[in-house]
Design a protein around this ligand. Structure first.
Ligand SMILES: C[S@@+](CC[C@H](N)C(=O)[O-])C[C@H]1O[C@@H](n2cnc3c(N)ncnc32)[C@H](O)[C@@H]1O
Length: 217
C-alpha cells in the first residue's frame, strides 16, 4: 500500500472554483448525481461540460502499465470507467490485455468508445460483478468518493476482492485547511471526503491494501 501519483502526467487545468460555488445548488448536485447526459455532456455546471476523447490518458495508461509491470495480456478493471477513455488507451497500448470497465452511468456506457464498449458493464462499485482475484490490476479514479461512507468502504473491499494484488484509487481529499476550503467549494457529486491522513486510516480499516492518490482541486 503506497501513496503514489500515477496521474502526474494528467494535464493541469485551472478550475473555476469561486464561480462554481456561486452557482451550485442542491438541485445542481441532484442532477449531476444522476450521471446522465447533463453530467457528461451538459453545461459545465453539472459536471464535465462535454467529455470528449482527446488522448490525455495516453501517457497515464503507459505510466500505470510500466509502474505495475503489467504483462501484455494482463487483466485490467477500471471501476468508474465513464466513457472508457483510459481503457481505450490501454487497448491501443496492450492489444492483448483483457479489459473490463464498470460504471453506474448507463449514459456513459451507451456513449463509450467503440473500441471498448463491449467490455463495459453498468453497475456499482460496491457490488462488483466479477469473481475473486479476476484482475491483475484494478483502477478507480475519482469514483468511490461518490458513494456514501459505508458503501465507499464496501467498494474498497470489492476492489481488493477482485484484484490479484495490484490496485490504484484516487479520491477527493485535502492536506491543509486551505485545500479543504477549496475542495468543499468544488465538490459536486462526492459524498465521502476527508483529509489524506483520515483516508489512510479509512483504507486500513476497510482492509484496502492497494495504492492511492488524491484529487485536490
Ligand atoms: C469524476 S467521474 C471519473 C470518471 C473517470 N474515472 C475519469 O477519471 O475520468 C466519476 C465517475 O464515477 C461514476 N460513478 C458514480 N457513482 C458510481 C458507483 N456507485 N459505481 C460506479 N461508478 C460510479 C460516474 O458515473 C462517473 O463516470
Amino acid at each position: 500500500m503506497a501513496e503514489i501519483n500515477l496521474l502526474d502526467l494528467y494535464p493541469k487545468s485551472k478550475r473555476p472554483i469561486d464561480e462554481r460555488v456561486r452557482v451550485i445548488s442542491a438541485e445542481t448536485r441532484a442532477i449531476a448525481r444522476q450521471y446522465g447526459q447533463e453530467f457528461f455532456d451538459g453545461d459545465r455546471l453539472y459536471g464535465y461540460g462535454g467529455y470528449k476523447y482527446d488522448g490525455r490518458w495516453v501517457p497515464i495508461a503507459k505510466r500505470i502499465g510500466d509502474h505495475y509491470r503489467l504483462a501484455k495480456d494482463a487483466a485490467i478493471l477500471d471501476v468508474g470507467c465513464a466513457k472508457g477513455f483510459l481503457l481505450h488507451d490501454f487497448r491501443n497500448l496492450m492489444p492483448k490485455a483483457k479489459l473490463a470497465g464498470l460504471d453506474i452511468s448507463e449514459y456513459a456506457i451507451q456513449n463509450a468508445m467503440e473500441s471498448v464498449r463491449g467490455d463495459l458493464t453498468v453497475g456499482t462499485a460496491s457490488d462488483l460483478p466479477y469473481e475473486d482475484k479476476s484482475f491483475d490490476l484494478v483502477i478507480s479514479i475519482n469514483t468511490i468518493h461518490n458513494l456514501p461512507r459505508e458503501e465507499c468502504a464496501q467498494a474498497l473491499r470489492e476492489i481488493s476482492r477482485v484484484s490479484r494484488g495490484a490496485a490504484f484509487v484516487t479520491v477527493d481529499a485535502w492536506r491543509t485547511d486551505e485545500e479543504k476550503q477549496r475542495l468543499l467549494k468544488w465538490i459536486l457529486t462526492a459524498q465521502t471526503y476527508m483529509s489524506t491522513s483520515d483516508w489512510e486510516q479509512f483504507f486500513e480499516k476497510a482492509g484496502y491494501r492497494g495504492d492511492y492518490f488524491w484529487f485536490i482541486p
